[in-house]
Design a protein around this ligand. Structure first.
Ligand code: UD1
Ligand code: MG
Length: 488
C-alpha cells in the first residue's frame, strides 16, 4: 500500500501519543438487565474495565470514556489502577494514563459519541476508538493497528465473518478501502460482502476532528455514524488502511447473556491454556474459573470446578482438590487443599496465608486474616477468621477459631470454639504453644491458655489458665448407684 499523505499533515517520524476513546453510552437492551451492559462482569470484572485495562496496557496518554446510560454508576466502576486483564502485560511501561469521562445525552450514534470526546483530545495524538462491550481485544493487535496508521492514515480493524449480519461492510475498490456501509443501509450486493468493520479504529486526532465535524445523520437509522468518516477520508485523499485479523474473539461484542457466557468460557479457556503451557496440571481445562490473577509455581495441580478470585498465589507442588473456591490467598509449597474448601481472603493484611506443607479441608472455611504457619492441619467443618496458627497446629474437626493466636503444635479439639464476640466488641484468645484443647470447649475471650496446658473436654473457660496445668471447667461427673427410673 502506498502511503498517501494528507497535504496539510506531513508524515512525522516521531511516534505520536496514543489517546483512547471508549464508547460506553449505549443501553444494552438485549441484556434485559437493570445494570448497564458494560458493567456486566467477565472473569469477575466489568466488561468496560477489561477495555480500560487494555488501554492501560497500551500506555495510553488519555483514556476518555463516553458514558450515557447509567453514567453515574458506570463512571464509579472504572479505574485505571487495576492493572491488566490477567492475560496481558503492558506493551511498554510508561507514565500512568489519565482517565476522563464525557457524557453523551441523548445517544445519537457512534459518531456523536466520539464527538463528545473531542474537547479532551489534544491535536498531537492518535486516537484509538474502542467499545466498552468488546472486552477481549489483545493489546498487541491494537499496537499493530496504531502502527499501521503511521500517524497520518485512518486504520480500521476488520475481520471476515461467515455471517456478517448486522455489521458494517468494508467497501473496497481494488485494494483500497472506500467506505463502510452499515447493514441497514447496504445494497443487496454490499450485503454479500463478508469483510466487516470490528468497531475499532486508529486515527490521527487532527484529521478525526475535521471529519467528525462533517458527519450527518442522513441514513437508515437517523444516527451520526462514526463509520462515515471513511468516505470523508477518501474524499480528502487520505489513505485508509484495513488491518484484517482472523481471531473473532478479539472483536466479539457482548449483547446478550448468551454472548456474555460464551466470551466467559473463551476467556477462561485462554487462561487455562496459559496455565497448562506453564506446567500447571488442570484435571479439566473446561472446568476452571479464574476471576482475577492466579500465579502458580512448578508442579501445581488443580482438580475440577475450582474458582480463583482476586490475587491467588500457589507455590510449587500445591495441590487443590475439586470444588474449591479460593480468593486472595498465598499458599506455600507442598500444601494440600482438599475438596470443597472455601478460602476467602481479604485485601492487604486480610489476605489468607497458608504455610508450606499444610493440609486444609475437605470442607474447611478460611476467612479474612487467617494466617497459617507450616504443617498446619485444618480439617472438615473448621472455620478460621482473623487468627494465626503457628507451625504444626491442628484443628481437625468441627471447630471455630476467631480472633485467636494459636501457638506451635497446639491441638484444638473437635467442636471447640472461641467465643470472641460479646455482642459489642471482639476479643482475642491466645492459645500458647503445645496446648491441647479437648473436644467441645468454649473459650470465652479475652483469654490466655498457658503453654503446654491441657483443657478437659466440655470445658467453658472464662479465665486464663496456667502453663502446663490440666484445666477442667465443667460440672464434676456424678454417678448415683442403682438409680431407678420413674415408672408409670
Ligand atoms: C458499529 C459500527 C459497525 C460495526 C459494529 C461492530 C457504527 C455506525 N457502526 O455498529 O460498522 O460493524 O459496530 O460491532 O459505528 N454507543 C455510544 N453512543 C451511541 C451509540 C453507540 O456510546 O450513541 C456505543 C455503544 O454503547 C457500543 C458502541 O458504541 O459500545 C457500538 O455501538 P453499537 O450500537 O453496538 O454499534 P453497531 O450498531 O453494532
Ligand atoms: Mg447499533
Amino acid at each position: 500500500m502506498t502511503p498517501h499523505s494528507h497535504p496539510s499533515l506531513p508524515a512525522s517520524t516521531a511516534t505520536p501519543p496514543i489517546d483512547v476513546v471508549i464508547m460506553a453510552a449505549g443501553r444494552g437492551v438485549r441484556m434485559k438487565s437493570k445494570l448497564p451492559k458494560v458493567l456486566h462482569r467477565l472473569a469477575g470484572r466489568p466488561l468496560v474495565q477489561h477495555v480500560a485495562d487494555t488501554a492501560t496496557a497500551l500506555s495510553a496518554r488519555h483514556v476518555v470514556v463516553v458514558t450515557g446510560h447509567g453514567a453515574d454508576l458506570v463512571e464509579s466502576c472504572i479505574t485505571l489502577s487495576a492493572g491488566t486483564n490477567g492475560l496481558t502485560t503492558p506493551v511498554m511501561p510508561s507514565a500512568p494514563s489519565s482517565l476522563h469521562f464525557v457524557r453523551q445525552e441523548p445517544q445519537l450514534g457512534t459518531g456523536h459519541a466520539v464527538q463528545q470526546a473531542v474537547p479532551v483530545l489534544p491535536d498531537d495524538g492518535v486516537v484509538l476508538v474502542l467499545s466498552g462491550d468488546v472486552p477481549l481485544t489483545q493489546p498487541d493487535t491494537l499496537s499493530r493497528l496504531i502502527a499501521l496508521c503511521e500517524g497520518h492514515q485512518l486504520a480500521l480493524l476488520t475481520i471476515d465473518m461467515a455471517d456478517p449480519t448486522g455489521y458494517g461492510r468494508i467497501i473496497r475498490l481494488g485494494d483500497r478501502v472506500r467506505a463502510i456501509v452499515e447493514h441497514k443501509d447496504a445494497s443487496v450486493a454490499q450485503l454479500a460482502i463478508t469483510e466487516v468493520y470490528s468497531g475499532i479504529m486508529a486515527v490521527p486526532v487532527r484529521l478525526l476532528k475535521g471529519w467528525l465535524a462533517r458527519l450527518d445523520n442522513h441514513n437508515a437509522q437517523g444516527e451520526y455514524y462514526l463509520t462515515d468518516i471513511v468516505k470523508l477520508a477518501v474524499a480528502d485523499a487520505a489513505t485508509v488502511v484495513a488491518h484484517k485479523i482472523s481471531d473473532a474473539l478479539q472483536v466479539a461484542g457482548v449483547n446478550s447473556p448468551v454472548q456474555l457466557a460464551e466470551l466467559e468460557r473463551a476467556f477462561q479457556h485462554r487462561i487455562a491454556l496459559q496455565l497448562m503451557e506453564s506446567g500447571v496440571r488442570l484435571a479439566d481445562p473446561a472446568r476452571l474459573d479464574v476471576r482475577g490473577h492466579l500465579r502458580c509455581g512448578t508442579d501445581v495441580s488443580i482438580d475440577v470446578n475450582c474458582v480463583f478470585e482476586g490475587q491467588v498465589d500457589l507455590a510449587s507442588n500445591v495441590s487443590v482438590g475439586a470444588h474449591c473456591v479460593i480468593k486472595n490467598a498465598r499458599i506455600a509449597a507442598d500444601a494440600v487443599i482438599h475438596p470443597f474448601t472455601h478460602i476467602e481472603g481479604g485485601m492487604g493484611n486480610d489476605i489468607v496465608d497458608i504455610g508450606a506443607g499444610s493440609f486444609i479441608g475437605p470442607f474447611a472455611r478460611l476467612r479474612p486474616g487467617a494466617k497459617l504457619g507450616e504443617q498446619v492441619h485444618i480439617g472438615n467443618f473448621v472455620e478460621v477468621k482473623n487468627s494465626s496458627l503457628a507451625a504444626g497446629a491442628k484443628a481437625n474437626h468441627l471447630a471455630y477459631l476467631g480472633d485467636a493466636t494459636v501457638g506451635e503444635r497446639v491441638n484444638y479439639g473437635a467442636g471447640s470454639i472461641t467465643a470472641n464476640y460479646d455482642g459489642a466488641f471482639k476479643h482475642r484468645t491466645v492459645i500458647e504453644a503445645d496446648v491441647h484443647i479437648g473436644s467441645n470447649c468454649v473459650l470465652v475471650a479475652p483469654l490466655v491458655v498457658g503453654a503446654g496446658g491441657t483443657v478437659g473436654g466440655g470445658s467453658t473457660l472464662t479465665k486464663d489458665t496456667p502453663a502446663n496445668a490440666l484445666t477442667v471447667a465443667r460440672a464434676r461427673q456424678v454417678s448415683i448407684n442403682n438409680w431407678k427410673r420413674p415408672h408409670k
